[in-house]
Write a protein that binds this ligand. Structure first.
Ligand code: PMP
Length: 425
């Protein structure tokens, strides 16, 4: 049979590395998954969504509106609410940062926005600077677009903005600044490390990007997917908050984490001149995200059910996070050279094992962990080869999202048992 006439893009697009792990979890009864980024099952808002759908359908006009096609940009009343929601968190009015509901686009999850922005901005050979490590699914998107990723180191304060400055200076020296399109940051409780961009780095990030925006604007994609899932500390202002002319920062977020991934509804606050290109592309994808989901979320925001739900989620996840941190203390506290992050929110803890330990997908810890009945995501997936070409192998992403507190504790205990078999080997 002659081969399929697949596109170059298709050739660059591979299966997510995590598929294997999801498959394993499904196949293995009793396995505790600290791998999946899924949300807490017991907290999914079934009653709130049932009430919202019932209220919409009880009013024939509202029901028909929700069951009809909507617009590509999304329900105007929800775009307004989303804008108010972000601006209230940032302590500004939309006008203060150059935004109106016309700059808001509702998307099919924030994942769609990540992809659409790529279609709007990238040609093969373009450059994106991203935190090392970063959201590994986004690496797949960048690969699909033929984009080169330049990794930027992180520390306890998240993206190292001084290092970003140095990397951009280096690209400028090499005459490659014209290929730099975007800086990608997951700045609240990052997937995969749980780290948050420090308050004083937020305005600096915008300043640095402005400084190098000589040939064209370099944009910041602020992926705030986990912002609402905050368990300790104050809510930090967004990076978007420091872009008063609405030129440099695209802010993407989602209702998947604070409400329900099944609704698959995301939102973006975009520089005004980026809205039309994104909408043209979105028109080709789906001419509008699921209208019923938009009407449901609109109701939940209007009634206060969303805010109540987020409060409840914070309580639930805080307890599970604490369970994971206590279990790590108890199980890995005596392992010299092991350390882990203490996230103020989100779903992930980043465990660094002693140098030389191979926790990567081809190393011995993955099968040992499976044997012990626990699954984690190898940290290697979040990295792209840096200048040395080497990927760190001694890191694990542990999620406290889906398992309950007892499962989280038991999962960490099993991981320690798996690690013990490596110590003995
Ligand atoms: N960004 C980050 C950092 C994520 O972790 C996820 C989901 N895991 C997304 C975006 C996309 O989520 P969704 O499309 O459900 O909004």
């Amino acid at each position: 049979m002659p081969p399929l006439p697949l596109s170059d893009r298709s050739g660059r697009t591979t299966d997510s590395p995590i598929t294997f792990f999801i498959q394993k979890a499904l196949e293995t009864p009793g396995l505790i998954s600290l791998a999946a980024g899924l949300v807490d099952e017991g907290s999914l808002p079934t009653a709130d969504v049932a009430a919202a759908v019932a209220a919409i359908m009880a009013d024939p006009a509202a029901g028909r509106a929700a069951l009809q096609y909507g617009s590509t940009q999304g329900l105007p009343s929800l775009r307004e609410k989303v804008l108010r929601h972000v601006c209230a968190a940032d302590g500004v009015t939309p006008g203060d940062i150059g935004l109106s509901p016309d700059d808001v686009v509702l998307t099919t999850g924030s994942q769609q926005l990540l992809y659409l922005l790529g279609e709007a901005l990238f040609d093969p050979g373009d450059i994106v600077l991203a935190e090392a490590p970063s959201y590994f699914v986004y690496h797949g998107v960048l690969q699909s677009h033929g984009v080169r990723v330049v990794p930027v180191p992180m520390d306890d304060g998240g993206l190292d903005v001084a290092a970003l400055d140095a990397k951009l200076a280096d690209l400028k020296r090499r005459g490659e600044l014209g290929r730099v399109k975007l800086v990608y940051t997951v700045d609240y409780f990052q997937n995969p490390t749980g780290l948050t961009l420090a308050a004083d780095r937020r305005p600096k990030l915008v300043e640095v990007v402005k400084k190098y925006s000589t040939e064209h604007r370099i944009l910041i994609l602020e992926d705030a997917a986990y912002r609402e899932l905050r368990y300790t500390g104050p809510d930090l202002p967004s990076v978007k908050r420091f872009d008063p002319t609405n030129e440099f920062v695209a802010y993407a977020s989602t209702f998947s984490k604070p409400l329900s991934p099944g609704l698959k509804l995301g939102y973006a606050l975009l520089p005004s001149d980026l809205v039309a290109p994104v909408l043209h592309l979105k028109g080709n994808h789906d001419f509008g995200s699921a209208n019923l989901a938009q009407h449901v979320v609109d109701r939940l925001l209007a009634s206060g059910a969303f805010d109540r739900h987020v409060e409840e989620l914070r309580r639930v996840y805080r307890a599970k996070r604490d369970a994971m941190l206590a279990a790590l203390d108890a199980e890995f506290g005596d392992v010299p050279g092991a350390s882990w992050t203490v996230p103020g929110g989100g779903l992930y803890v980043w465990l660094t094992l002693p140098p030389g330990v191979d926790a990567g997908p081809a190393g011995p810890l993955v099968p040992a962990a499976l044997e012990a009945g626990v699954l984690y995501v190898p940290g290697e997936f979040g990295h792209v080869p840096g200048e040395g070409g080497e990927l760190p192998r001694n890191e694990c992403r542990l999620s406290f999202g889906v398992a309950d507190a007892a499962g989280v504790r038991e999962g960490v205990r099993r991981l320690r048992a798996a690690y013990r078999t490596l110590e003995r080997a």
